[in-house]
Design a protein around this ligand. Structure first.
Ligand SMILES: *Cc1c(COP(=O)(O)O)cnc(C)c1O
Length: 455
């Protein structure tokens, strides 16, 4: 069999992150202060983030150097492998070439470690002693626990209650790396107490957990907050993924027609797609970049582009984004990492400008695709990653029908070793497709009527 694995040496690892803000034809609208409704300034964000990350958040420089200490840690698993999915191609009997980048080789098992290490590094530089954060399924909490442990920073994780109860192994993992893990909502915060008083049996949500983590961070000058996706600097830290793919595909003598990644908040999609979008914007390439979301949380395909909060309690700035409303409570599908109500500002603006595409898929098709992929390639994907696998299989089947040999690249952003309960549920016939009613879809959007318009 011909080459299936395309590797780079450590020396070939990219030295900069790519900041797409520099090349966007329409710059994103500014985040607004929740009280004054005026654009937020660096000083508004200073209680939450170290100054270097705030600078990155608003930077217009196309390239930001990756610090040596961060690169040294990246070397443990980067450059990550790019695979040509020859067995899957054969199984599908498609003329398409399918490549996947495998981020499951990172110590936390997903792409999240790329930004966790960078964020912990900048916090350490500025003397931060403790970082608070939220986690849904647990991937982000795990990645940040590892990174904080490496830099000697305490880590506190507010974990969405339903995941805390359903995924005890994730908690054990975070505890092993020294993190404290709370089931959110807690009665430690105003935001948590408020929810518990109105809905004691709540399953929790990412929005609530973010409010709790922010509330704890602003109370103490040595404590800051970290977010695992959505923000510009987080998306930028992930661009090492797509940059490595560019170099690897060059070695393979290929260039993608289609780039695919799942989208929760937007970080792994951005990480994969933005370096290719740069060539679309700067060199006139025409790669289609497709973000795939779950049909039960379809902000890109059925949400509205408007100002909304990033959390439930309304502590974050108002962000101009595709959203289902910050009180939208997605159904308990297994792709926990995709259950966020909004999409990052950068991905939202690019979608609005027609520079990227979005598609929503049902979970049964995604699991079926994930199992087909596992059988062919020997890797069990995270349920989130199954969305990219399913879209790649759709595109490969279209190639079979038309006889075109397109090159398809997707991000296998994490492995599914800690999601096997979801696979068991699938095999036992317990998973269902989920169709939102108009009421479910529009209910949480109505609350946004009084917020500033995006025009
Ligand atoms: C968190 C996560 C996602 C979704 O988050 P993004 O910010 O959109 O990247 C997808 N896949 C995996 C494996 C995750 O851990």
């Amino acid at each position: 069999m011909k080459d299936v694995k395309i590797l780079l040496s450590e020396d070939e690892m990219p030295r900069h992150w790519y900041n797409i803000q520099a090349d966007m034809p329409n710059k994103p609208l500014p985040p607004l202060h929740p009280g004054t409704k005026q654009p937020v300034g660096p000083q508004d964000l200073a209680p939450l983030f170290p100054m270097e990350l705030i600078k990155q958040e608003v930077s217009q420089d196309p390239w930001i150097e990756i610090p040596d200490e961060v690169r040294d840690i990246y070397r443990q698993w980067r450059p990550s492998p790019l695979f040509r999915a020859r067995r899957l191609e054969k199984l599908l009997d498609t003329p398409a070439k399918i490549y996947y980048k495998y981020e499951g080789v990172s110590p936390s098992g997903s792409h999240k470690t790329n930004t966790a290490v960078a964020q912990a590094y900048y916090n350490k530089q500025e003397g931060v002693k403790r970082i608070t954060t939220e986690t849904g399924a647990g991937q982000w909490g795990t990645a940040l626990s590892i990174a904080c442990q490496m830099f000697g920073i305490e880590c506190e994780v507010y974990m969405v209650r339903i995941s805390f109860e359903q995924k005890p192994y994730r908690k054990a993992l975070m505890n092993a790396f020294g993190a404290k893990v709370f089931s959110s909502p807690t009665n430690l915060t105003n935001a948590g107490r408020h929810i518990l008083a109105t809905d004691p049996n709540t399953a929790g949500s990412l929005g609530i957990a973010i409010s709790e983590a922010i509330e704890m961070a602003v109370q103490d000058e040595h404590t800051k907050y970290a977010l695992g996706s959505v923000l510009n600097h987080v998306l930028m830290h992930q661009t090492i993924i797509g940059q490595e793919c560019l170099l690897q595909l060059e070695k393979a003598g290929d260039y993608p027609d289609i780039v695919i990644a799942p989208l929760g908040g937007g970080s792994n999609f951005a990480g994969m797609a933005f370096p290719f979008l740069r060539h679309n914007l700067v060199d006139g390439k025409q790669t289609r970049c497709i973000a795939v979301e779950p049909a039960s949380c379809p902000k890109l395909t059925q949400g509205e582009f408007r100002y909304d909060f990033g959390d439930s309690a309304g502590y974050t700035p108002l962000l101009p984004m595709y959203t289902l409303g910050h009180n939208f409570r997605p159904a308990a599908i297994h792709a926990g990492g995709l259950r966020y109500h909004g999409a990052s500002v950068l991905c939202s603006q690019l979608l609005k400008d027609g520079l990227i595409e979005a598609n929503a898929l049902q979970q049964l098709e995604c699991f079926e695709a994930g199992i087909q992929f596992a059988k062919a390639e020997g890797i069990i994907p995270a349920p989130e990653a199954n969305h990219a696998v399913a879209q790649a299989i759709r595109e490969a089947k279209l190639c079979k029908e038309s006889g075109e040999s397109k090159t398809i690249l997707f991000n296998l952003c994490g492995h599914g070793h800690l999601d096997l309960q979801a696979y068991n549920d699938y095999f036992d016939g317990k998973l269902q497709d989920h169709y939102l009613t108009e009421e479910e879809l529009k209910g949480s959007l109505k609350e946004l009527a009084d917020y500033p318009p995006v025009a």
